[in-house]
Design a protein around this ligand. Structure first.
Ligand code: DGL
Length: 340
């Protein structure tokens, strides 16, 4: 693996820039590629299959076209939905996010910790096992924060309506004696000044960006692929959303110019519809799972679909050809979906 290759970082939108900036600070020589998947934000209210598909497509773009040497999933929600599949499929270091419950439990004096996160993060198996590990040491109150990601994506951090929303979420925690608040979504550090004003100086507010940057550094170092070039690393920014708007918002939030490009059209999802006898579905799915990263099966309005990316379509077709006889699998139609 080439140490000069970039590091890929993605999020549903602008929140992951809080992680990006920590990585930039700790590893100034690294080349970085960031994707804001703004056309699909927020992830917090999407079903986990959709989030896993998005994560896979973005990871595919980063590995196939940008040749990244490591991936940072700068999104708690996507980490919860997709990290196992990503780690299975990719042969590069993949660093994920999770709400910083351990440091919070270590630091609390009152023994009450509040966690703010998206609903999907909080209801994930990954979060349940994190809770199980730590909840004997403190009372952990969790709060899904509907509306906060949308407010941040609109740059509405300082609106009274946003302040009211944050108040609604943190007040019950403070009333129960919480002295530590975990920001379990990478968007929320962008609201830290608002949260700080509401909770006061004595409450610990914990986010994860710096720790993730450190973990990334350790993993690159362990693999001998830290970039030790003399000059500062390059940066590029991509989005599935409206690039002018995303560039303006990102530049505003990070207080420096960030120019986003549109994710290229060649990065499409190719959908193949097929029919298969019902009793064969499970076997087919099991075989497909063995084919790392080839495609997903999705049932849309009762129609079985295989979703893959342009870079995998030939391999998928070869695989289907081999299977079609024994499975009596019939390709009904094939088309390209670009996200609209
Ligand atoms: N920034 C994300 C997270 O850390 C995603 C939020 C969303 O899109 O709902 O969870």
């Amino acid at each position: 693996m080439n140490e000069h290759a970039p590091i890929g970082i993605f999020d549903s939108g602008l929140g992951g820039l809080t992680v990006f900036e920590e990585v930039r600070k700790l590893l100034p020589q690294e080349n970085l590629v960031y994707i804001a998947d703004s056309a699909f934000a927020p992830y917090g209210d999407k079903d986990s299959t959709t989030i896993a598909q998005r994560a896979w497509l973005l990871a595919d773009f980063l590995t196939q076209t940008q040749d990244v040497k490591a991936l940072v999933v700068a999104c708690n929600t996507a980490s919860a939905a997709a990290i196992l599949a990503l780690r299975e499929r990719l042969d590069i270091p993949v660093v994920a996010m999770e709400p910083a419950i351990k440091p919070a439990v270590d630091v609390t004096d009152t023994g009450v910790v509040g966690v703010l996160a998206t609903e999907n993060t909080l209801k994930s198996d990954k979060f349940s096992s994190l809770l199980d590990t730590h909840q004997h040491r403190a009372r952990i109150m969790v709060q899904p924060c509907f509306g906060l990601v949308e407010a941040i994506e609109k740059g509405a951090m300082n609106l009274e309506s946003t302040r009211q929303l944050v108040l609604k979420y943190v007040q019950p925690m403070l009333e129960e004696g919480a002295d530590t608040i975990v920001l379990g979504c990478t968007h929320y550090p962008l609201l830290e000044p608002v949260i700080r004003k509401l909770v006061g100086e004595q409450v610990h507010i914990i986010s994860t960006g710096a720790a993730v940057a450190k973990r990334l550094q350790n993993q690159l170092d362990a693999k001998g692929i830290l970039n030790r070039q003399a000059e500062l690393g390059k940066e590029s920014f991509w989005t599935s959303g409206e690039q002018g708007y995303v560039s303006d918002m990102a530049s505003l939030l990070c207080q420096r110019e960030m120019v986003f490009k549109s994710l290229p059209e060649t990065h499409e999802t190719i959908i193949v519809e097929f029919t298969l006898e019902k009793k064969q579905h499970r076997l087919f799915q099991a075989l497909l799972q063995g084919e790392d990263g080839l495609a997903f099966v999705r049932c849309v309005h009762g129609v079985q679909q295989l979703w893959t990316t342009s870079s995998q379509i030939d391999a998928l077709k070869d695989w289907l050809k081999c299977l079609s006889k024994s499975f009596n699998l019939c390709i009904v139609q094939e088309y390209v979906w670009t996200g609209e």
